[in-house]
Design a protein around this ligand. Structure first.
Ligand SMILES: C[S@@+](CC[C@H](N)C(=O)[O-])C[C@H]1O[C@@H](n2cnc3c(N)ncnc32)[C@H](O)[C@@H]1O
Length: 364
C-alpha cells in the first residue's frame, strides 16, 4: 500500500500591491489527503475539477486518452460541424448542452447575428455550463440555456416566438461529468447512491426502480434497453431487492451470473445492466421517440439535424424516423449510413467508440 501523502498546495502568486513591495500574507492551505501518487477518488481530483487552474494536469490526462474529472470531451466535432454547416445569422438548438463542447464551436460560427439555444435536463451541470460559456464571452444575445427535456423542444421554440431552427444537434446519453461523479450513481466502478437520474429532482431512482419491478418486467427491460444475454437469470436475482449503492448492485450481478461466465463477460453484463437501468430511469427512449416525432416541425426549410447515438436502440429509432421523414417528403436528404468516429478519435478518447452520427436535411 502506498503511504498517505500530505503535501502543500503550490503557492499562488503573492498578494498585496505589487508596487509597494509588501506581499499580503496568504492563508496556509493544505492539499487533501489521498493514498498513492495521484488521487483516485473523484472528489480528490481537485486539479481536474478546477480545469482552468491546472492546464498541465489536464493536458497530461487528455494525452493519456482519459477525460479529466468534471469535464466532457465532445465527440465527432469536425463531422458534426460539417453536416450542420453553421452560418452567420442562423438559429441553432443544442438539445443536449452537456459541458458545452459542441456549443462553444457552433456559437462563433453563427456570428454575427446568430443564436444558440441550449437545452439540458440536468439541473446540477447546466448552471455550471452556462457560467463557463458566459465566461467565454457568449452573452444572452448569442446563447441561452434552458433546463428541460428535449422532447419539449417545440414548446421552447414557441415560448421564444421562433418558427423553426436552422440547425439542431442532439448528442444522446449521459455526459462524463454525470458518469464520473459517484454521487450521481451512474458509475459501475465508484461507490455512490444507486440513483442515475439526470434530473435528481424528478422520478424514481434506479434503486427504487429495481425494488419495485417484477422479475418479468426487469427481464424485458434488460433485453430491450441493453440486449443483456443473461436477462432472465439476472432479473430473477435482482428484482424486488433494495440496493442502496452502485457497488452492491455490481456485486449482486457478478454473483448471480453462471459460473461458466468469464470475468470479462461479467464486467460486460454489469455495464449492460447499468445502461438498461439508466435508460429506464430517465425514460430515454420515450423522450427520443417524442423528440423525433416533433423534430421535422422544429426545423426551418433547408435546416440541418445531427444526432449522435451510442447504442443500437437509439440508432434504430433515429434511422427509422429519418427514413420515414424522407418517404413523407419532410426531409430532402438523410445520411445513407451512420458516420463513425475516426480511429484516431477513438484512440484519443475511447468513449467515442460506440458513437454513430446520422443527419437529415429538411425539405425546402
Ligand atoms: C453526451 S452529453 C452531451 C455533451 C455535449 N454535447 C458536450 O459537448 O459537452 C448528453 C447530455 O444530454 C442530456 N440529456 C440526455 N437526455 C436528455 C433529454 N431527454 N432532454 C434533455 N437533456 C438530456 C444529459 O443530461 C447530458 O448532459
Amino acid at each position: 500500500m502506498n503511504a498517505i501523502k500530505e503535501t502543500l498546495m503550490p503557492l499562488p502568486p503573492a498578494g498585496g500591491d505589487p508596487g509597494d513591495g509588501v506581499a499580503t500574507p496568504l492563508p496556509h492551505q493544505r492539499r487533501k489527503r489521498y493514498s498513492g501518487k495521484n488521487p483516485r477518488r473523484f472528489e480528490d481530483k481537485y486539479k481536474e475539477l478546477d480545469a482552468t487552474g491546472h492546464p498541465e494536469t489536464i493536458s497530461k490526462i487528455l494525452a493519456a486518452g482519459k477525460t479529466p474529472a468534471g469535464t466532457h470531451r465532445p465527440i465527432m466535432v469536425a463531422e458534426i460541424l460539417q453536416v450542420l454547416n453553421p452560418g452567420a445569422g442562423e438559429l441553432a438548438v443544442d438539445c443536449t448542452l452537456g459541458y458545452g463542447g459542441h456549443a462553444r464551436e457552433i456559437i462563433p460560427r453563427i456570428q454575427p447575428g446568430g443564436k444558440l439555444i441550449g437545452l439540458d435536463a440536468d439541473p446540477v451541470e447546466l448552471p455550471k455550463t452556462e457560467a463557463r460559456l458566459r465566461a467565454l464571452g457568449f452573452g444572452p444575445e448569442t446563447f441561452s440555456a434552458h433546463r428541460c427535456n428535449f422532447a419539449g423542444i417545440r414548446k421552447i421554440l414557441a415560448a421564444g416566438r421562433i418558427a423553426g431552427a436552422d440547425l439542431i444537434l442532439a448528442d444522446l446519453g449521459v455526459s462524463s461529468m454525470q458518469l464520473d461523479n459517484p454521487l450521481r450513481g451512474f458509475s459501475v466502478k465508484r461507490e455512490g447512491p444507486l440513483d442515475m437520474r439526470m434530473n435528481p429532482q424528478r422520478g424514481l431512482s434506479a434503486a427504487a426502480l429495481v425494488q419495485g419491478l417484477s422479475p418479468l418486467k426487469l427481464e424485458r427491460l434488460l433485453r430491450e434497453n441493453a440486449d443483456e444475454p443473461h436477462a432472465g437469470t439476472l432479473a430473477a436475482a435482482l428484482a424486488g431487492h433494495g440496493f442502496s449503492n452502485t457497488l452492491l448492485l455490481g456485486d449482486a450481478i457478478r454473483r448471480a451470473l453462471p459460473k461458466s461466465v468469464s470475468e470479462e463477460d461479467r464486467v460486460r453484463s454489469i455495464r449492460r445492466v447499468f445502461q438498461a437501468l439508466r435508460i429506464a430511469v430517465n425514460e430515454e427512449l420515450v423522450a427520443l421517440d417524442n423528440f423525433l416525432r416533433v423534430l421535422p416541425g422544429c426545423v426551418n426549410p433547408g435546416g440541418r439535424i445531427a444526432i449522435l447515438t451510442f447504442h443500437s436502440g437509439e440508432d434504430r429509432r433515429v434511422k427509422k424516423a429519418f427514413e420515414a421523414g424522407l418517404r413523407d417528403g419532410l426531409y430532402a436528404d438523410i445520411a445513407p449510413d451512420p458516420i463513425r468516429p475516426s480511429p484516431s478519435e477513438i484512440y484519443d478518447n475511447p468513449r467515442a467508440k460506440p458513437a454513430k452520427l446520422r443527419w437529415a436535411r429538411r425539405a425546402l
